[in-house]
Design a protein around this ligand. Sequence first.
Ligand SMILES: [Zn+2]
Length: 382
Amino acid sequence: MTEKLFDNGLLFEFDAMVISCTEAKKGFEIILDRTAFFPEGGGQAADTGVIGSANVSDVQEKNDTVIHYADKAVEAGSSVHCMIDRDKRFRRMQEHTGEHILTGVIHNRFGYNNVGFHLGDQGVRLDLDGVLSKAELRKCELEANKVIARNVRVIVSYPDEKALEALDYRSKTEIAGKVRIVTIEDCDVCACCAPHVPDTGSVGMIKVISSEKYKGGTRIYIVCGLDALDDYNRRLDDIYEVSHLISAKPEKTSDAVAALLNENNAYKYRINEIERTRAAQIISSLKNESRGSFCIFTENMNVNILRSIANEGVKLTDRAFGVFSEKDGGFSYIIVSSGIGLREKSKEINSVLDGRGGGSDLMIQGSVSADKARIEEYFASL
Ligand SMILES: [Zn+2]
């Protein structure tokens, strides 16, 4: 059984004795007499860091023993100096404590419970067993940030059975043995084994990024503390980039993008009109005296227009008609048949004309990289 030191979330360095070190599939499994490394559990990823000169990439707990997965061996029986990746751990404590505060506020206001929790490197995902509107969530977010501003203590305790029974706390179910209670004054009481910051001020801020309906409740994504600052900077960089690209003030980007989209739709409509006119001209000029297979060539036409040309052209043949539209050095095509099964032929077309595509006996579509002369030669024999 490993003595656990992560009650004190701010213990980032400690000395320990190596109980054992065994070679595993990947690297080494190290067991210490005591550890401040938090093992993966309850939706939170494991701490990383170093034991002596060995890098610890994962930590797991099995039957009260904490196993550190490292890239190097350390000598059993020796004393080692251990360091937890301080920045990562601190950010996770900010995230985790922030989650307690927000869930506590929501629980007090609406009575909902947290029924799902994940804390990785990109903030916290939490699932509530009740529905919250965006406006309600905004209010809770503000209240949670006021709990941060009040800078109240985050207290860890292990009440005895009697005291526990009398206590009203979240996650009251299925915890056997000693229960660790994390209390945030005037905000939240919750059973939890993970490390937290010692006061709410250390969380810095709680920001709800998004929320959605999930399994009859609400799934919420939040970022807290230094991760929230990084997130803010990323979003700001993005807005400035967009603002620069579309020459609009940062606070006016959505109006400017909406105007651009309108303009773009008008262009699309205009292009479509032009393509339809071109298609009508092509259709009126179609000729095929031989009634055999034939094809025509055009360029940069969308597939719907190609199809309308193909459906007219096929009336002039008792074999097959293809329309090829040049694009990026190759051709996209639609071939329509009035007398031959195209599904079988498509393999031959792919191979002879160096292309890809398929479809039904009546119509196939795809692209080829063969040149115009090769395509015409093939159609003469089709
Ligand atoms: Zn917790």
